[in-house]
Design a protein around this ligand. Structure first.
Ligand SMILES: Nc1ncnc2c1ncn2[C@@H]1O[C@H](COP(=O)(O)OP(=O)(O)OP(=O)(O)O)[C@@H](O)[C@H]1O
Ligand SMILES: O=P(O)(O)OC[C@H]1O[C@H](OP(=O)(O)OP(=O)(O)O)[C@H](O)[C@@H]1O
Ligand SMILES: O=C(O)c1cccnc1
Length: 486
């Protein structure tokens, strides 16, 4: 490395810096700009996503600055001294409104809203999307897996397969937040207080060239023992040897379990259970791992597998079946040359992809009688849906799909995190976020939670928000027509 890696300011796409340069040269850099973060499609065909990444976004914005090494590097790239001097002064001075980490989020609703001088808001886009896309994706995958597992513990085993070090660490945190119970990554334990636990690998049995010696040595050195029983022959050698060592060591160890890591996990777990029970080890748990995900787990359960603890690595930490969430960062409002805010829109031939202009608030409309959510309601900044007796909720594209809701609680989902550059939000403990996820899931009807073909959760626009969108679409249409005539 030629330069010290002492900041994340350059963790951005070059075009952000180039746009910033254009704004700065034009004197536009301090115009207030409002951007929103949202995705258009839920990952894994799931019925909801679990938002994760806020804590890291907070750290990033808090520390945002171009260091001398960043400036030196940009100088080599030919940027002018005047522009570099300007970059050196930049800090995040804006306002961030965001959903809390652990909030359930759906397609086409703003997760975050960044309101800042244009240059700042533009420069932070890439890192914010990088963080939110990955962490939300993994938290959602973890929630899917946890949903099919149910009450049994899930352990995160993915570090060796993760897309490098950061992904392992923050992915583990996302998995824990969404309901996993422990990780094998010791550094994640140190950094975030996640419970760390583990068994042992085939290498240990191979190193001793003998299962008995390996298990016995493990038992000599550890009170809690989980023996990996599939190195040679699970039922003929692994399980009997584990039982033998456990009997020999008696009270000197706690024989917590055995781990199965290959072969037919349903058959082997049932046989192993029978053998452990027959030997009196009815409390000893059966751990299973080997490329597990929600599909294999559903299948194993359907076969009556006797698995008590699930170790899940590759398919979780890499979001194997959908390796990217497509959250975007879109400009929704910008200060014009007269100092007034003007809403902006991005048109698409696909109506679902047309952005929704203007500063907005998102509410979860919870039916007071059932305690369940009727859907999310996106309103313009000044609106107070809570004050309405009957809320008209209609589909933003197919507007005839509509209902009136009464006796509801409109829970606002955005919170102020930074106010004019100051952090005003107390970052919650990870444990609290974990509990928040479970409480949020309680509010969702089961129809939205099933992993296969879930029902589509309503995300509606208020009439005022919808009208504003239609007004801008018409404005753009007229502008395009005038351009064509000219
Ligand atoms: N009873 C089962 N029903 C459905 N899937 C299973 C069952 N048992 C195991 N699996 C899954 O099938 C896949 C089998 O993996 P693989 O082909 O690598 O076989 P293996 O026995 O694990 O071999 P290896 O020794 O190379 O690990 C894994 O994803 C595993 O989780
Ligand atoms: O299967 P995952 O969900 O990724 O869980 C982690 C895997 O990592 C370990 O073995 P590794 O894959 O390194 O080697 P092995 O399976 O060939 O023993 C462990 O035994 C699991 O199988
Ligand atoms: O502790 C384990 O059993 C473990 C840890 C990482 C990967 N696979 C298994």
């Amino acid at each position: 490395m030629n330069h010290t890696d002492d900041s994340l300011a350059l963790h951005t796409d070059k075009y952000q810096i180039n746009m910033t340069q254009a704004y700065w040269q034009d004197g536009m850099q301090n115009r207030q700009a409002v951007f929103e973060v949202y995705f258009r499609k839920l990952p894994f065909h799931n019925g909801f996503a679990v938002f994760a990444g806020l804590e890291r976004v907070i750290r990033y914005l808090h520390e945002f600055r171009f260091t001398e090494s960043d400036i030196d590097y940009l100088r080599e790239d030919g940027y002018s001294e005047e522009f570099l001097a300007y970059l050196r002064t930049l800090r995040f001075t804006g306002t961030l409104r965001s959903m809390k980490e652990g909030e359930l989020v759906f397609a086409n609703e703003p997760i975050m809203r960044i309101e800042a001088p244009l240059a700042e808001a533009q420069l932070v886009e890439t890192a914010i999307l990088n963080i939110v896309n990955y962490q939300t994706l993994i938290a959602t995958k973890a929630a899917r897996i946890k949903h099919v597992v149910g009450e049994e513990p899930c352990m995160e085993f993915g570090t060796r397969r993760a897309q490098e070090l950061d992904a392992a660490i923050w992915g583990t945190r996302a998995a824990y937040l969404a309901g996993f119970g422990a990780t094998s990554n010791v550094r994640a334990g140190k950094l975030f207080g996640i419970p760390v636990s583990g068994t042992h690998a085939h290498a240990m049995v191979q190193a001793y060239r003998d299962e008995y010696k390996a298990f016995a040595q493990y038992a000599e050195t550890h009170k809690d023992c989980v023996f990996l029983v599939d190195t040679y022959d699970t039922l003929k050698s692994g399980v009997p040897t584990a039982i033998q060592v456990a009997k020999e060591f008696g009270d000197r160890i706690r024989f917590r379990g055995i781990r199965l890591d290959s072969g037919d996990l349903a058959y082997l777990s049932k046989e192993a259970r029978r053998m452990l029970d027959a030997a009196g080890f009815t409390e000893t748990k059966i751990y299973a791992s080997n490329d597990l995900d929600e599909q294999t787990i559903i299948n194993l359960k359907a076969q009556g597998a006797q698995i008590d603890v699930w170790g899940i690595g590759t398919k979780l930490i890499t979001a194997y079946d959908q390796p990217a969430l497509g959250a975007v960062y879109k400009l929704i409002s910008i200060e014009d040359e007269n100092g007034t805010m003007a809403d902006t829109i991005k048109i698409s031939s696909n109506p679902e992809k047309i952005s929704t202009p203007g500063r907005k608030r998102v509410f979860r409309i919870v039916n007071k009688a059932s305690g369940k959510s009727e859907g999310d309601y996106i309103a313009l900044e000044h609106e107070e849906p809570q004050n309405e007796d009957h809320l008209h909720m209609f589909h933003p594209v197919h507007t005839y799909i509509a209902k009136f809701v009464s006796s509801f609680e409109a829970r606002e989902l955005h919170h102020t995190i930074f106010e004019d550059g100051s952090l005003v939000y107390p970052i919650p403990a990870l444990q609290e976020i974990r509990e928040f996820v479970q409480a949020n899931l309680q509010v969702l009807w089961e129809e939205y939670k099933r992993t296969l073909n879930p029902a589509e959760y309503p995300v509606n626009l208020s009439k005022a928000c919808w009208d504003n969108k239609m007004r801008l679409i018409e404005e753009v249409r007229q502008k395009v027509q005038q351009t064509m005539k000219a």
